[in-house]
Design a protein around this ligand. Structure first.
Ligand SMILES: C[S@@+](CC[C@H](N)C(=O)[O-])C[C@H]1O[C@@H](n2cnc3c(N)ncnc32)[C@H](O)[C@@H]1O
Length: 356
């Protein structure tokens, strides 16, 4: 079914509808918000709560939110959704995932307990989440191609982040936390052949795909292990660079804090930690409201808590120095388009473990 004309037409339709939501519907909603704001009592305190009050009951807002939730649901579910469509190819996908691998490339932990916070919700509205089904990594890989509609070809995001990181640091030993199916790890192991690269994740189906992909690319400098980022059981000071891409917003704040502490422990003195994630611009209450609502509507309940936890202060309290939180352009000109298009509020969060 995957790849059939019917499946392709359905998924293309969902993507086109998402693009309509991303552009014209977003602009209409911003206009409605501006109009409502111009009529609002001056004493209303600014913030996402004000936007929620101004837009309560507005048809523009209701349909925008409905589209956001249900287009993603349609993408995965229903007869031509990604999950049922992959079912027919299950045997072939499982065989490919379980093909023999070079020794040491993949280490799964049969006794690993996926944390409760991750089991409690079907993240991104992926039925069963990305951890419970053997073929969930393959479904997620297909789904990720249209997560950010403006990047539907998804050409530049991970490459651009890798460019940014490598301009700051050429690693010898790199840890990619929350590596998923390896999309964030691959540009590092391909572009830093001299470095040892380790990807860790809690989702075995994704790690299997990451390892098969690395084997197909004949990469010799990478390994994948099933470990939680806040309790890696790896030796102190064993990396000079720790990265993550889109992982922190999938963790509740105590796990984020545990992960930052773990990164600090794993870094050698002078080592760099750098995460790419989502933090809305506080000065823009509309975009902040959009982002918090996206977390609720797309089953990503820790997005808002991450934005509110004051991650920079937490990093400084742990001991990181040169703490920086900066917006990230996931594609050329993306920041300028935030007025006119829905986008994730990408941000780079980094800090250095001071030299002893
Ligand atoms: C949105 S995906 C991003 C995957 C990959 N970094 C990428 O850019 O494509 C987030 C990943 O974080 C992983 N994750 C969530 N909690 C984790 C934890 N405690 N430790 C390690 N990985 C975790 C999830 O399993 C998922 O694969």
């Amino acid at each position: 079914m995957v790849g059939s004309p019917e499946f392709d037409a359905y998924q293309r339709f969902i993507l086109s509808a998402k693009l309509y939501w991303t552009g014209p519907m977003f602009r209409a909603l911003r206009e409605t918000y501006r109009h409502r704001l111009s009529l609002a009592p001056k004493e209303m305190p600014p913030g996402p709560e004000r936007v929620a009050a101004l837009l309560a009951g507005e048809p523009d807002a209701q349909i925008f939110c409905w589209m956001e939730r249900h287009l993603q649901r349609f993408k995965y579910s229903g007869r031509l959704g990604l999950v049922p469509a992959h079912e027919e190819a299950r045997a072939a996908i499982e065989a490919a995932l379980n093909a023999p691998l070079p020794p040491g490339l993949l280490e799964l932990d049969p006794g690993f307990e996926v944390p409760r916070y991750f089991r409690a919700v079907d993240i991104h509205q992926h039925p069963g989440g990305i951890w419970s089904d053997e073929i969930a990594g393959a479904v997620y890989e297909r789904g990720a191609r249209s997560t950010t509609p403006l990047l539907s070809k998804d050409l530049s995001l991970h490459e651009r982040f890798t460019d940014l990181v490598l301009a700051l640091r050429r690693p010898r030993r790199l840890l990619d936390m929350g590596c998923g199916f390896g999309k964030s790890t691959k540009p590092f192991y391909e572009r830093c052949r001299e470095a040892e690269v380790l990807g860790i994740d809690i989702a075995a189906p994704c790690l299997k795909l990451a390892a098969q992909d690395a084997a197909a690319a004949q990469a010799r400098n990478v390994a994948f292990k099933q470990r939680s980022a806040d309790a890696t059981r790896l030796p102190d000071g064993s990396f000079d660079l720790v990265t993550s891409t889109m992982m922190l917003h999938e963790m509740p704040p105590p796990v984020v804090e545990g992960t930052l502490r773990e990164a600090f422990r794993l870094l050698e003195p002078g080592g760099l930690m750098i995460h790419l994630d989502f933090l809305p611009p506080e000065e823009d209450e509309f975009l902040t409201w959009i982002h918090y609502g996206h977390g609720r509507r797309n089953n990503e309940p820790y997005m808002e808590p991450l934005a509110r936890m004051g991650i920079g202060r937490v990093m400084e309290a742990i001991g990181f120095r040169e703490v920086r939180i900066e917006p990230f352009e996931e594609m050329e000109g993306a920041l300028a388009r935030r007025e006119t298009h829905w986008r994730f509020p990408w941000a780079v969060v980094s800090g250095v473990r001071p030299a002893a």
